[in-house]
Design a protein around this ligand. Sequence first.
Ligand code: PMV
Length: 365
Amino acid sequence: MNRYDDPSLLLEKLKEYEGIVGWKSPSNIALIKYWGKYANQIPLNPSISFTLSQAFTQTTISYHSKIKRSEKVETTFYFEGKLNQEFAKRVKNYLDALLPIFPFLTQLDLTIKSDNSFPHSSGIASSASSMSALALCLCSMEKQLFGTLEDKDEFFRKASFVARMGSGSACRSIYPKAAIWGESIDYEESSDFYAIPAKLALHEKFRRFRDDILIVSKEAKSISSSDGHKIMSNHVFREPRISQAKKRLHFLLKALKEGNYNRFGEIVEKEALTLHGMMMTSTPAYILMEPNTIKIIQEIQNFRNMTGLPVYFSLDAGPNVHMLYPASIEDKVHAFVENDLVKYCKNGEYIKDYLGSGPMELDFH
Ligand code: PMV
């Protein structure tokens, strides 16, 4: 039993219920990476991410009482306007796993509609935005039907907990600007079960940070993140990696608080390379970077050395490069992208993103 299991959340029989809820929720880029998990999505190490803005998922759930009673979750799932059986199956498995938390889901017929702001096949991780949007919708349903979760902090904490069950990194997308997930001695209130906002830890200099996502490839990954996490359980560097991540989080928090770009960049770039280093030294060993990933990284380092501007790279579990820098140097950096980087991007594509204000509830009135 976890703190959110609640068998009493059942609707009165014979009464009619219907309604609609909706949320727009962003993706995030981890600065200290969550890599490896155990039990029910419990992270091996604490992580911190910047919440993005332009890469988001918008999800609505409309519901009404079931005409024919059954003990199963019944959903119809539309992705970008079309019925999508593959996603429907994944969502159904997720909702089934959430029944101890939201038992009322078997009493309703659900129609879920989901749209991404970025192309699904762009190689951008969509699980953080899609799972956080869905989790927020489920909490809004609970609030609408039972009058619970009136307290904002409790609402978002539960949404983060529920999002984590869908995709670990999704639990961090619930909060504006930056979020921390996983127990850390640096944050007393941090938890392995949900993320917490890291807003107060951010120096003014980081509040208007940019993240240009340079699309190197749109191909599906050879090894999914979920398999990557599993492989970490027996990784030869498992223990040193856990203590390294904890130490780096400590020093990164300090850099974020003090507005220290150099220290920030040094840690963030090492983290990105460590993530891929873990993949390359695992069993099986695998490589997700592409030749153009390396070219872009080298161009960014050269540009920084030549100009002295604070521009840094990060990587997700894939070949695309996230370029992080303050908004004040945006024009110079965009000229650099156009002159030196777009030639390495698939169809010259990149997404201009930035630190965002977190998820937004949709208004149906
Ligand atoms: O949430 P998942 O299972 O998709 O894993 C995400 C893992 C990384 O993106 C590589 C790191 C992170 O902390 O987001």
